[in-house]
Design a protein around this ligand. Sequence first.
Ligand code: Q46
Ligand code: ZN
Length: 319
Amino acid sequence: MPEHKLALCRGCYPGWFVDHTDRAIRKFNMFTRNDRILVAVSGGKDSLALWHALRTLGYEADGFYIDLGIVGEDGYSSKSKQACIALSEALGRPLRVQSVSEAVGAPIPQIKDLTARSSCSACGLVKRYFMNRTSLELGYDVIATGHNLDDEVAVLFSNTLRWETGYLARQYPVLEDREGLKRKVKPFIYFTEKQTTIYTLINSLPYVRDECPYAVGATTLEYKDVINRLEHETPGTKRRFLDGFLKARHLFVDAEDVVLAPCTICAQPTVGEVCAYCRLINQVQTRLVTISADAHGASHQGQKAFTVLRDSDLRVDSA
Ligand code: Q46
Ligand code: ZN
């Protein structure tokens, strides 16, 4: 690891990795031994490595998998889910599972076709919503995600290129809880993708190597590529960019100091009367009703298109 001027053998690496995870947790006061942590797992290397590292450190951490219903060429969502179940069994901790199809009425690819949203926009919305609601309903204190240094620096790069001062003001490894929004933390903020991959491989964690098919061509990947080239030329660039920003972050002001109130339908926090998630379900189910009526040759004149249904309860798929 040239950025650390450090070379570690296979036997020492996991201990170094876990120790540095704990250092980041303590540096940013992310959580304590008394907190219950819900780890958002996607089946990829970062989130599974995070769950494994937190359990190795002895934190009370359970997994939360959102089944997006993405098939792709190789059954992306079902393979991801199987990886999460396998780690849940290996760790002996519960995996909470929420299916987008069951909750919204359609999987992510179909939501994209039924609404004006892109796959990633719909996906981001439902993921944020389910993570928050699930942690509240099941009494978790904090949501932990596997975002790593490469992710964080790519977002920082993007926000800086556009001078998104509001986003810059909010970019931090800890988002404190407020008005119904659970605290969110990123314990892997200082690890590169390569470092989490090595930890995953050494521990033989059952992660899915395929990227989500919708990630192809994402601007973030282009930024990562540019930043990796800079890092290659000058090791430590990523870390210096992030650390410099964290020191100067107070200079950015979040002008959007919005007041949150419970959604009138689902009671989750929102800036308007009805939250974006409930509006999304409304759109999806209205379209599905219309399509179904069209298929049966019925007229929709005066039809009451939509009733908001409460999602089915979360399942616990594994011990
Ligand atoms: S947002 Fe987009 Fe990712 Fe969702 S649809 Fe796939 S690429 S998984 S982090
Ligand atoms: Zn709502």
